[in-house]
Ligand binder design. Structure first.
Ligand SMILES: NC(=O)c1ccc[n+]([C@@H]2O[C@H](COP(=O)([O-])OP(=O)(O)OC[C@H]3O[C@@H](n4cnc5c(N)ncnc54)[C@H](O)[C@@H]3O)[C@@H](O)[C@H]2O)c1
Length: 304
């Protein structure tokens, strides 16, 4: 009973989709390519890349689909990806921060960050900051460039432990995932305020895909996995359905010039109360800048 939304064609626009080799990211890349966009998949899944690109080209009849290696669990790899992208000398209109891991055992990224926080959140924090100049250049009033960041309803039970962001004192895989998804919401709202304060032709929104039948659940308790296998078709959205909110945020004319929204089923919804706390947003942003050696441009711009 799911009616596919219809969006205007998007020729001459370029999108980067992180984690576009699988699940919701694959479906997002496919739908954007169908709309005529040049889609670049940023992924760490080299072995799948060729096949995925071939399938996407076949399914969308769009030849402008490519893969560029980007391991979001490595700051060096993210910087190399951005360099490679900028060498192409093409504009960037849409960045979909989609990739993620869930409930992985306690382990660290290359730079020593807890994996959920480091990959899901800090990886996208760095990627977005390094691509902001490209997004600003490509956007224009009336046709803004867009950052779409995929969070999750799990953020509602998240807690940001500013004194122990890496969960070294007490680690829970669920808590670490929820914290990373909460951080992405705080980041998006702060980013949107920065962009608005600078008068940048770029907007930032959060997309919540709902519960979607993908391999994200590979690390959860086996009982939950079994339920997914048996009832997934009935209780979960398909990846195509889950991708619509990201696609909506990326292209709908309804959101032209509008940012700072938490979107679920293509509608604005309230996120957890604490996500609107500007002091917390600022604190997280400043700490993230320190952790990743990104200059904090918001310090002078956003005082209020
Ligand atoms: N599936 C759900 O029910 C659900 C619900 C809410 C939110 N989400 C969010 O949707 C997003 C996509 O998840 P999915 O369900 O499609 O899962 P998935 O496991 O099918 O896809 C995750 C993607 O992230 C990529 N990825 C993982 N580690 C990476 C790394 N180090 N560098 C680059 N890419 C990496 C994977 O290669 C894969 O392409 C995630 O952010 C997830 O938190 C999913």
């Amino acid at each position: 009973g799911f009616a596919e939304p219809v969006f205007p064609p998007q020729p001459d626009r370029v999108a980067i989709v992180t984690g576009g080799t699988d699940g919701i990211g694959y479906a997002t890349a496919k739908q954007l390519a169908r709309l005529g966009m040049h889609v670049i998949i940023a992924g760490n899944n080299d072995s799948k890349a060729q096949d995925v690109v071939r399938r996407l080209k076949e399914e969308t009849l769009n030849d402008k689909v490519e893969f560029l290696y980007c391991d979001l669990a490595s700051l060096t790899s993210i910087r190399q990806f951005v360099q490679k992208f900028k060498k192409k000398k093409i504009p960037l209109h849409v960045l979909v921060n989609n990739a993620g891991v869930m409930m992985v055992p306690q382990r660290k990224t290359r730079d020593g960050f807890e994996e959920h926080f480091g990959l899901n959140y800090l990886g996208h924090f760095v990627l977005t900051n390094l691509l902001l100049d490209s997004l600003r250049e490509a956007g224009r009033p009336g046709r803004t460039a867009r950052v779409v960041t995929v969070s999750s309803a799990t953020h509602y039970v998240g807690e940001l432990r500013m004194r122990d962001l890496h969960g070294s004192r007490c680690y829970s895989p669920h808590g670490a995932y929820a914290q990373s998804k909460l951080a992405l919401v705080l980041f998006t709202y702060h980013l949107q305020r920065l962009l608005a304060a600078q008068g940048s032709p770029v907007t930032a929104n959060v997309a919540d895909p709902g519960v979607v039948d993908t391999d994200l659940y590979r690390h959860v308790f086996w009982g939950t996995r079994l339920i997914q296998k048996m009832l997934g078709w009935w209780a979960f959205k398909t990846p195509d359905e889950g991708a619509w909110t990201s696609v909506y945020a990326a292209v709908t004319p309804d959101l032209e010039g509008i940012g700072g929204r938490y979107l679920y089923n293509e509608k604005e919804t309230k996120s957890l109360t604490v996500t609107y706390d500007r002091d917390l947003q600022r604190q997280l942003w400043a700490t993230s800048c320190q952790m990743t050696s990104i200059p904090d441009v918001t310090q002078d711009t956003l005082l209020g």
